[in-house]
Design a protein around this ligand. Sequence first.
Ligand SMILES: C[S@@+](CC[C@H](N)C(=O)[O-])C[C@H]1O[C@@H](n2cnc3c(N)ncnc32)[C@H](O)[C@@H]1O
Length: 383
Amino acid sequence: MTSMAEHEAFTAWSEEHGVEINGIAPAKLPGRGLGMVAQRPIKKGEILVSVPAKLLVTTASPLVRKYKLPSHCAPHGQLAAALTLSHDELDEGQKIWRATWPTRDDFQTTPLLWSAELQALLPEHAKQLLQKQKEKYRKDMGNLDNVIPQPKREVFLYYWLLVNSRCFYWVIPSPKRRRGPRPPKLAPDDCMALCPFADYFNHADHGCDFATNARKGWITCDRDYNEGEEVYVSYGNHNNDMLLAEYGFILEQNCWDEVMLDEAIMPRLSASQKELLEEYGFLGNYVLDNDQICHRSQAVLRVLLQPKGKSVRFLRGDDDGESEQGLVDELRVKVLREYKSTIEKRLETIMGMDGESMSQRVILTDRWKQILGLLEKRCVSGG
Ligand SMILES: C[S@@+](CC[C@H](N)C(=O)[O-])C[C@H]1O[C@@H](n2cnc3c(N)ncnc32)[C@H](O)[C@@H]1O
């Protein structure tokens, strides 16, 4: 049994500093690090945690402001920079809080840390998200070039990932102004706050909500829980490619899961078919979710099957395409079956990659197996 001493110390510190904790406590959970577990039966609607605003770490907090970081740098980079620069000079509260955070090794399954070879084998949607994440990271690093000395870049990367995985949505209340221009409104992605104690909650497809006002952030119970059950927060309606790319985990049960089919469909399109789809706003982003293939996929399959005039009537919404549904279903099954064999070959490649980290290969193969499962469900003609 590993020690929970640092988590007990942090729980006591949180309560002493005004965090209200009701019926839950952190616990170690296999495969999920720490999470929150019900200490007694909990009822839907109970407030589980309430954290005073003064404890949150945002770009307006003294911890961040004291470094006078470039204001054009995104809040994500600013928070990571402040955590990096304060790393060796922590006050008591920060020390106690940071002792509860995951280590650098715990981020091993986050694709940003994978080799380029393994990253190239991610599902399409995860690959696109990883690309965006890399661009964000490079931009932040570029904006902080003069601030983070070379030897601290690794620590910065660790904190950048930490901020990415532990922040809550938080709009910093504007200070009372007598005159002068209103500061620009932050984009939703930039409304970030580290929130002590609430950052123990793991994610599930349905979970508790985090709400805020200017004075506090709090979490309300979404349903009844039994004693000993893990209590989750929902980070949003995310599919598993998103969870993998951003945070390095996937859910076994995820009602929001879906597969992007672009890799299977795009290479089949001629230049003129792509042009037609582009003209009508139907090029790319073909998705299969838990229940059905999306309307965009129905459209592209028709473009592949039918003469232009007929496809255009469907793309315009003038024809419901019912009369060709049988043929469209046959093509769908063919496309999905071929995609399945591509994935099966890819799985063999991943399993044969000796030099790569085991935990990274395991999560990647698990994700592809989930995708195979989703494809299988839709590989039945007419299904
Ligand atoms: C806000 S923290 C939650 C607490 C974290 N588990 C810990 O050990 O400190 C978010 C991180 O927890 C992990 N996580 C959250 N939900 C998870 C889940 N359902 N399964 C596995 N890992 C999860 C991921 O690493 C994610 O980046």
